[in-house]
Design a protein. Sequence first.
Length: 191
Amino acid sequence: MHRLDPGRHLRAGLPAAVAAYRKWGRPKSHRWQHEHGDAPGKPGYAVTATGVSHCGAGCTLGDIIAEFAVFGLGLSLAGESVYAAYIGDYLLALALGIVFQYFAIAPMRGLGVRKGLVQAAKADFLSLTAFEVGLFGWMALMSFVFFPAPHHLHPDHPVYWLGMQIGMIIGFCTAWPVNSWLIERGIKEAM
């Protein structure tokens, strides 16, 4: 029997991430700027990709924690664990996303805690919701089309996490236009 290695699929995107960091992330470091001068500007798609990645970090971390919590506690809604996972994933992703966004926005704008959290919620609510819509759509396909009962996948199966990685890529794509719009309007900081 061949084992599925979700890590292999995760590592497949690593060269692209490293290349993007070298091109757009490293020039923002103090050391690079000391040696080479001011960092060149990023093209619009790179700014949007950074914003979506920032949003995706909160979503992904919230989803991972909530998935294990729902599975470990044996929670279900209407007889399906996927519905309980939707609620847990969304609430935790939203909370973590707002916290992450707060730490990005508040220092840049010099905001206090309350105003910073309000601005972070404005910046991330639509973005996170768009990300989760893409992910949840994929989760529904996995649960009800590709692996229907009694063969549902669970977080203790590697194939489940491969499917979640695919869902997160879909979430990245569904969050792209929203992030682009939020950045253009100045609601979300360009990073």
